[in-house]
Design a protein around this ligand. Sequence first.
Ligand code: PLP
Length: 399
Amino acid sequence: MKFDPSNAIQDNLAFGEFGGVNPSITDSATYTFLSQERMEQMFDHEVKGCFLYSRHWNPSDRYLATALAKMEDSEDGLVTASGMSAISCAILQICSSGDEMISGRTVYGGTYALFKNFLPKLGINVNFIDITDLDVVERSITDKTKLIYCEGLSNPLLEVADIPKLRKIADKYNLKLIVDNTFSPMLLSPIRLGAHVVVHSLTKFINGTNDCVAGCICSSKDFINQLTDIHSGASMLLGPVLDSYRAASILKNLHTLHIRMQKHSENALYVAGQFEQLGFKTFYPGLKSHRQHELLKKLYNPKYGFGGMMAVDFKKIETAKQIVATMQKAKVGYLAVSLGFYKTLFSMPSHSTSSEIPEKEQKTMGLTEGLVRFSVGIDHDIERSFDRIKKSLKKLNMI
Ligand code: PLP
């Protein structure tokens, strides 16, 4: 039978301690052992699967990690306190001082800053390239390269990574392929397409309620064991543990993700199509005009559409500033960073989430000052919402 991420989550039944339909929340930082000998066996890797200390593993995090691994069809998963800690732990587990990595240049600004400003301090150098140009990818590999990093759908320009082809290149040079799937949960299944490691900011679509920050890593059992190794694991030793209460609340929200993703995608397709019809340069991979529309159609799980993220180029920063303020007043949504919320959020990446990327590089990648990124919400009546956008555009004499 064909793999479906939401069926995989639904079939993963977890019972609470007292038979509750939701697993019980564990409220302990540390766990008891019957004897000192047994505890020592755990430190000596002779015992696996029992709980020692919450930074290593705790039952609530385990439930959420297992459900996310089911969704991504990976052997195992790990949850972390943020998307950034998921990214940094995955990379630091693979790369050491003297190594290099390749990264798509249109990645989230925080990721860009980590790669550009922080990793070099640890002796890890990052080569930023156009990940959609496979010749450039291959030409950028040196004998020091350890991994290729990209976003499945990139932030904010919605470029599509050709994951199966990137995996072929990774195999040829014995590299690991890490894909950030934050923009495209359910609609892309990167592990099935060839990624070795998938990372998410759970803060976004997966949680969907914008009430916490969290992340995850999905990969092979072996890689998750490496990350949580008591003596050498990046997540165990750097310590970005997700609080049990948050893990439990995110798990509950995960069970509605499939419905939310369908609605986000349906609404974004409508809004992007309307903007395009009005003559605005619109970036949305569900539009035929998107240069990688056909590629995404080959890679995606069609039930979940083309995702909830889109961008419109208003060219000038002043115009963009006016339109976001007017849309907020007209109750279209909020002027805010982040994404994947049930309400529409809009922001100007060049002056917010992508501001870490130098201006010259923003220009090369096609990120203009007047670009407005939309995370389209799950509005019940999206035509009514677009009427408000149209009124805002009229008010500013833009149509
Ligand atoms: N990856 C992407 C694509 C993002 O947009 C973000 C945050 O905006 C992150 C990772 C970082 O996640 P977090 O804010 O949960 O640390």
